[in-house]
Design a protein around this ligand. Structure first.
Ligand code: MG
Length: 158
């Protein structure tokens, strides 16, 4: 059995916050605002995995009204989701993630993000694709107000 899920997340840029994407700290003038560490890559991937397994979404599992998740490390949440999927009989086959951001340049950080996600998920780096693009100056992303991430994940019966 094979299933596919999609995930999307966006966060607003703020000054004075760290920019964490896929568990990697990326040097930038701005970071992302959020209840957790605002790791939009982690959040979109978690939603893609949960969606594939029809196990809800990140907001249902880790509510942002719960102080337990204040400043939470999204890679810990991802590891938790991987074990929940494993308990339900699922393993990830691959994921494909697209970061849409006007700045910073993502290319130098892509492989570090792939490596970190693969380590957290205990899977091969070749199963983790991360791509990036700008929004050609359009909309909230183009104005640099925030960034967005899309993710697709395939899971297989383990
Ligand atoms: Mg989020």
């Amino acid at each position: 059995m094979i299933r596919v899920g999609t995930g999307y997340d966006s966060h607003r840029f703020v000054e004075g916050a760290p920019l964490i994407l896929g568990g990697v700290a990326i040097p930038h003038t701005h970071g992302l605002a959020g209840h957790s560490d605002a790791d939009a890559v982690g959040h979109a991937l978690i939603d893609a995995l949960l969606g594939a397994a029809a196990m809800g979404d990140i907001g249902k599992l880790f509510p942002d009204t719960d102080p337990a998740y204040k400043g939470a490390d999204s890679m810990e949440l991802l590891a938790d989701v991987v074990s929940r999927l494993r308990e339900a009989g699922w393993a990830m086959a691959q994921c494909d993630i697209t970061v849409i951001a006007e700045r910073p340049k993502m290319a130098p950080h892509i492989d570090a993000i792939r490596e970190r996600i693969a380590a957290v998920m205990a899977c091969s780096m070749s199963s983790v694709s991360v791509k990036a693009k700008t929004n050609e100056g359009m909309g909230f992303i183009g104005r640099g107000e925030g960034l967005a991430v899309m993710a697709v994940a395939t899971i297989i019966a383990a």
